[in-house]
Design a protein around this ligand. Structure first.
Ligand code: PLP
Length: 400
């Protein structure tokens, strides 16, 4: 079994590069150069030095004692929440900006939904002294005001997008439109394992540092370099891709991914793309997308801004279709409960996205000595208001 991208940019039937003709040369150039550059010693040295000294890696692999007892397993948390800027996204933006520089690009663009990828991009642009423009749905600009201010403080220009629902999906379309107008000097830093080939593979490789570290950290802590379970939340799929990258072909490892159910995957208010989606083309790739019978993209709905996307990366579409991954739909109330649970049991406030992964624990049956590694993709400082506002949801289950 091989779940990696093929030479044409496909994962099974998913992936590829469905782009306007004006981008052909630019994307082809990227397809031809990304591997030689990121596999060069010079790149690796710079990338790993920044991950260590700027991002703060390796991120700890923490044995969660009280949660282990609660769920009857050996639970380890991969602490991406402790990275600079508070999530895994910086692993990717650090790598892509180095690649952009080596390809002679001078202007950076990015899309953002909740603003986390926008902040991670604006951060590395400040670090490298590069011009940064971020596209963000006008609705999100209002909802995520603090992140807009962070981006501006970091020197980025934020363009509110007023087409469609004025959210992430529209911001992606607008970033691609801008890219079409400036293909020669502009590098588009894509925020997840989506977009035209080679982006899904590029982003997965940049995030693969997560499972590279899990391997040696597990070896140190439990005496073997693989877990019985890997658990991560999935929006576009980048923290999940990083978590599973070095274990995809290792059948000893069960992979469980938590997508955002919203009010329920079988309602109209959901972002559970793998449960609900059908094959379509969105933002340059063939993937599972939520669409109506006429192929119109349906708006995603979830309490978690970072999982609010009507598509999911092609690598994950293929792995789910092949039965390699088990995908659970976690509803808003279950995620809120998971967030409170980790906070009160371990003193770690997770991002509401990561709380979806926590909530998956209660849907699985473990053996006492099962080694479970769960990625906490980000910290919950940004979500404190959401947690407090929705505390009622968690009360249905427990007493916090
Ligand atoms: C953006 C984000 C996600 C979802 O993105 P993926 O590409 O699926 O990882 C998950 N967690 C956090 C904290 C995020 O900021």
């Amino acid at each position: 079994m091989n779940y990696q991208v093929d030479e044409k940019g496909f994962y099974g039937e998913f992936g590829g590069a469905y782009i306007p003709e004006i981008l052909y040369a630019t994307v082809k150039n990227l397809q031809e150069h990304y591997l030689p550059i990121i596999e060069s010693q010079e790149f690796k040295d710079e990338y790993h030095a920044l991950l260590r000294d700027y991002v703060g890696r390796p991120s700890p692999l923490y044995y969660a004692g009280r949660m282990s007892e609660r769920y009857g397993c050996q639970l380890y948390l991969k602490r991406e929440d402790l990275n600079h800027t508070g999530a895994h996204k910086i692993n990717n933006t650090v790598g892509q900006i180095l690649l952009a520089k080596k390809m002679g690009k001078t202007r950076i663009i990015a899309e953002t939904g909740a603003g986390q990828h926008g902040v991670a991009t604006a951060t590395v642009c400040a670090l490298m002294g590069m011009k940064c423009e971020v596209f963000m749905g006008a609705t999100d600009v209002e909802r995520q005001h603090t992140n807009v201010e962070r981006m501006k403080m970091l020197g980025a220009e934020v363009h509110p997008v007023r087409t469609g629902n004025m959210t992430l999906s529209d911001a992606c379309s607008e970033a691609i439109r801008d890219w079409c107008c400036h293909p020669s000097d502009t590098f588009y830093i894509v925020g997840s394992t989506m977009g035209p080939h080679p982006y899904p593979d590029l982003v997965a490789r940049m995030q693969s540092v997560i499972s590279e570290e899990i391997k040696w950290q597990l070896q140190e802590k439990v005496g073997r370099d693989y877990p019985d379970y890997l658990i991560a939340c999935i929006g576009g799929g980048s923290n999940a891709a990083g978590t599973i990258y070095h274990y995809m072909d290792d059948e000893r490892v069960r992979i469980v991914l938590a997508e955002a159910g919203g009010h329920g995957w079988d309602t109209d208010y959901t972002a559970a793309t793998i449960h609900r989606g059908t094959t379509g083309i969105l933002h340059g790739a063939k993937m599972l997308v939520m669409q109506d019978d006429d192929g119109q993209i349906q708006e995603a709905f979830t309490i978690s801004a970072g999982l609010d996307y009507p598509g999911v990366g092609p690598m994950h579409c293929n792995m789910a279709r092949q039965g390699r991954t088990q995908v659970l739909s976690i509803n808003d109330d279950e995620a809120i409960y998971g967030g409170y649970e980790l906070t009160r049991m371990e003193g770690i406030i997770p991002a509401i996205e990561s709380a979806h992964a926590i909530a998956a624990l209660s849907k699985l049956t473990f053996k006492q000595d099962d080694v479970v590694v769960l990625t906490v993709s980000g910290r919950g400082d940004k979500d404190v208001e959401t947690y407090l506002k929705n505390k009622q949801m968690a009360k249905e289950y427990g007493n916090f």
